[in-house]
Design a protein around this ligand. Structure first.
Ligand code: PEP
Ligand code: MG
Length: 902
């Protein structure tokens, strides 16, 4: 008879049970430790508690059933494998408890090392370490410090203070001068601090230490800085972290031990070679925290040739296996190499392109995969300006170019001040000795980050690279004095508010502001660099990947432009036409007065005069644009001004009239204007008389524009060019509106175009929800639709597009109502649904209906993927975003199974 067994949910995986594809479940660190274990690399044994366990804990506030038992079983098997028991007084097994989410969140969550040490096992550890008492007591004090701070929220400064006092008593500034007795004394001091803050003794029971540390790592998923980082990096809030319990290996057992971080290629430039930092006689955290200055990894060759050679072999193997740049953390314990972590490494935007190109050359990946390894946000970064190469400002210091870009700004020394000044619109450079995860707010607010300590792998460097923020680290000529709010360098003193410039590529630091120049990538797009004949690996890689993206993409990319100059630039950037020419932009400046006359015209005569004056101006505008876009479609949108933008402000006008009356001046004209403005005044102009409504209310306005477009097209064609105008009617909500405009337009077009061969399409924006919902009817009168996702978002959500982002979106983002403003990236579920409905019903009514988007979303990477998937024909965006849209359209078109370039 079959017995009924309940299968317990599996929450714990031995390293040998996992693999790199299980990142969702085991987190990045756990999945890669498993992968390395299975590759036979030297990984200290351990196990991983899954993200599901964390999710269950975070939702219910307690560990899920079965977890404790599974941890017990895996711990026992670990103990068997290591031949030691956790915290055994004679010969203790010690473990580290480390966080590890699906997406790397450097330094944002918690780690506790040396779990298993207590008053008795510290002696056993000393014996294990060959009678090294100093090492054992140092490890114990580190445990109390980390455990106290992380698990029990004891203020970290109290421990720092006690350590400083111990050093002071000894007359030294160096931790290494403290001997075993000093450290034993320090353990006592730490325990007192612990008891004072927690009301209990430091837990001596190893399993209790372990359980509390695991819980603390779970909790750290919701630490403030982790939440902030996730928001910044768009990492979903509900993933949770896995927890890795790993047997400890020690890099601080003497000069034949040490710890390091390495990259298989330069994460800054992408250049091939081995890059890394090594710190002898230290624990892993010391390197990442940037606390002591490291030596280049190459020096390990002299210190320990056999470990160095083994490491190089492993790095080559990992690259081959992962087919990508890997970063690695390792420890050497008395000449024995251990791999503590690997992952596909974060890199700068430039390195992402260069490496993707190299990997294609090396035959490790194909071009489709290369396209997946880069993204539009990275390309956008590469289009930022750099400092002029020939500027004559000498640098005052040189640190490590940790994250590229050029940044100038006012110096600030604290995260809080960075946030304050940035909120006032200032560019700031955050200067610190080293940064730590609590500086995250300031790093986000700053234009650039400058530190006097730490290498390419320090916290500041890693986080800045991830954010695409300019960073110079380890500029050790700087004497940074945070309390005094100043730093000194080469005889100069720089205080808060003084301007400095930093170059995140060269690592150079300048006083004052340094002039900038455009990026090579922009020069390439502008056509002034020939990619085939230039010795610049970045430009060559960008060219190659863009060429592939263009070949692969289905979406066309147009631009939003309303001047000849913008149209020309966009065309150089690869635009395949204009998707939105906002004609109201042509009525600013000198012409504003004509529009004002038109809107306020009292009689037919006045109106006709104003229109007659506008016609030739408009015609000339369109001729210029059609010439620049010769042979390509140009969508000209009929005027859509929010009226208030063209009229004098009511209050101001009323005051002027009152003052003039008081003075006894003749105010007849002003009074007429005032009464007209009063008549036209709207409480809510965005929902008022604009777009097609204005065209239907003011006779002759749209007719004048249609005539100007048609005449310009004919003129350009007669000159031998090819104009392909598409007339677009804004803010349509009902097919009758469009039909009315269309009937009048068709007559004018027929009359102007004659037998010139010019063809003019007439279509509409879909930007009012009702238009999306009646798209089937509207398509009967439209040859194309262009989605105006700015207004569509405004009206679908009922969010005023001019006000809400500054007013209260911060709260919505904080509450997770959305992860990013729906004005920035398409709200696929709501606004996107309207787009989908309109696309489907429009095409059902008129097969072959041309579909595009011209709202801001047309240049947003995630939105481009959405529009591809919905089946639009093109996206249209501002000129500078055209290359980004081309790249993302290519990425959307190639298989979506490739790696995520996050
Ligand atoms: C839109 O609403 O998305 C659009 C493109 O038009 P505008 O931004 O000019 O209102
Ligand atoms: Mg609009």
């Amino acid at each position: 008879m079959a017995t009924q067994e309940t299968v317990e949910h599996k929450y714990v995986y031995d390293f040998a049970e996992g693999n790199r594809d299980l990142k969702d479940l085991l987190g990045g660190k756990g999945a890669n430790l498993a992968e390395m274990t299975n590759l036979g690399l030297p990984v200290p044994p351990g196990f991983t508690i899954t993200t599901e366990a964390c999710q269950a804990y975070l939702t219910t506030g307690r560990e899920p059933d079965g977890l404790a038992g599974q941890i017990e079983a895996h711990l026992e098997s670990l103990e068997r494998e290591m031949g030691r028991r956790l915290g055994d007084p004679g010969d203790p097994l010690l473990v580290s408890v480390r966080s590890g989410a699906k997406f790397s969140m450097p330094g944002m969550m918690e780690t506790v090392l040396n779990v298993g040490l207590n008053d008795r096992s510290v002696i056993g550890l000393s014996t294990q370490a060959g009678g090294n008492d100093r090492f054992a007591w140092d490890s114990y004090r580190r445990l109390i410090q980390m455990f106290g701070k992380t698990v029990c929220e004891v203020p970290g400064e109290e421990f720092e203070h006690a350590l400083d006092e111990a050093k002071h008593a000894k007359g030294t500034r160096n931790d290494l001068d403290l001997d075993a007795d000093d450290l034993r004394g320090l353990v006592d001091a730490y325990k007192k601090i612990f008891a004072k803050h927690t009301g209990r003794e430091f837990p001596q029971e190893p399993r209790e230490q372990l359980d509390l540390a695991i819980r603390a790592v779970f909790d750290s998923w919701n630490a403030e800085r982790a939440i902030l980082y996730r928001r910044q990096e768009r990492i979903p809030a509900d993933l949770g972290t896995a927890v890795n319990v790993v047997s400890m290996v020690f890099g601080n057992l003497g000069p034949d031990s040490g710890t390091g971080v390495a990259f298989t290629r330069d994460p800054g430039s992408g250049a091939q070679g081995i890059y890394g930092d090594y710190l002898a006689n230290a624990q892993g955290e010391d390197v990442v925290a940037g606390i002591r200055n490291t030596v280049p990894l190459q020096e390990l060759e002299q210190l320990d040739k056999s470990s160095y050679d083994e490491l190089l072999g492993i790095m080559a193997r990992l690259e081959e296996h992962y087919k990508d740049l890997c970063d690695i953390e390792f420890t050497i314990e008395r000449g024995k190499l251990w791999m503590l972590q690997t992952r596909v490494g974060k890199r700068t935007a430039a390195a992402a392109f260069v490496i993707a190109g190299q990997l294609v050359d090396e035959g490790l990946i194909d071009l489709d995969e290369a396209l997946h390894r880069v993204n539009g946000a990275q390309l956008a970064q590469l289009m930022f300006p750099r400092f002029q190469l020939d500027h004559d400002v000498p640098p005052v210091a040189k640190g490590i170019g940790a994250s590229p870009g050029a940044a100038s700004g006012k110096v600030v020394f604290t995260s809080a001040r960075a946030v304050e000044l940035a909120a006032e619109g200032e560019s700031v450079i955050l200067v610190r000795r080293e940064t730590n995860p609590d500086d995250l707010n300031g790093m986000i607010a700053a234009k650039g980050i400058l530190t006097s300590r730490g290498g390419k792998t320090s916290h500041a460097a890693v986080v800045a690279r991830g954010m695409g923020k300019t960073c110079v680290s380890g500029a050790d000529e700087l004497e940074v004095n945070v309390p005094a709010k100043k730093f000194t360098v080469g005889g100069h003193t720089v205080g808060e508010g003084d301007v400095v410039s930093i170059d995140g590529t060269t690592g150079k630091v300048y006083l004052g502001e340094v002039p900038v120049m455009p990026s090579e990538v922009v020069q390439y797009f502008e056509g002034s660099l020939d990619p085939e004949h230039i010795d610049n690996p970045l430009v060559r890689a960008v060219h190659r990947i863009m060429t592939h993206a263009d070949a692969a993409r289905r979406l066309r990319v147009r631009t939003n432009a309303d001047t000849g100059a913008d149209a020309a630039r966009a065309r150089r950037f690869g635009a395949e036409g204009i998707g939105l020419c906002r004609t109201e932009h042509m009525f600013l400046g000198d012409r504003r007065e004509l529009v004002e006359r038109l809107i306020l015209a009292a009689g037919e005569r006045e109106r006709e005069d104003a229109l007659a004056a506008l016609l030739p101006l408009q015609r000339a505008d369109f001729v210029e644009i059609f010439r620049e876009m010769d042979g390509l479609p140009v969508t000209v949108r009929l005027i859509d001004p929010p009226l208030h933008e063209f009229l004098p402000p009511l209050e101001q006008l009323a005051v002027n009239v009152a003052v003039a009356q008081e003075r006894g001046e003749d105010v007849a004209k002003e009074e007429a204007l005032l009464s007209a403005v009063r008549r036209m005044h709207e409480e809510n102009p965005m929902l008022g008389l604009r777009g097609v409504r204005l065209g239907l209310v003011i006779p002759g306005l749209f007719a004048m524009q249609v005539r100007a477009i048609a005449e310009a097209a004919v003129a350009v064609t007669r000159d031998g060019g090819t104009a392909c105008p598409e007339i677009m009617v804004p803010l349509v909500g009902a097919v009758q509106e469009l039909e009315t405009v269309r009937a009048e337009a068709e007559k004018i077009i027929a009359e102007v175009v004659g037998d010139s061969g010019v063809e003019v399409l007439i279509g509409t924006m879909i930007e009012v929800p009702r238009a999306a919902l009646t798209a089937g009817q509207i398509a009967e009168a439209a040859e194309f639709f262009s989605f105006g996702t700015n207004d569509l978002t405004q009206m679908a959500w009922g969010f005023s597009r001019d006000d809400v982002e500054g007013a209260f979106f911060w709260r919505y983002l904080e509450l997770g109502i959305f992860g990013i403003s729906p004005f920035e990236s398409i709200d696929a579920d709501g606004v996107g649904r309207l787009v989908r409905i309109a696309a489907e019903e429009g095409r059902a009514a008129r097969p072959g209906l041309k579909l595009g988007v011209c709202g801001e979303h047309g240049g947003d990477p995630d939105s481009v993927h959405f529009f591809h998937e919905v089946g639009l024909d093109y996206v249209s965006c501002s000129p500078f975003r055209v290359p980004v849209a081309r790249l993302e359209a290519g990425r959307a078109a190639v298989s979506t199974t490739g790696s995520d370039s996050r």
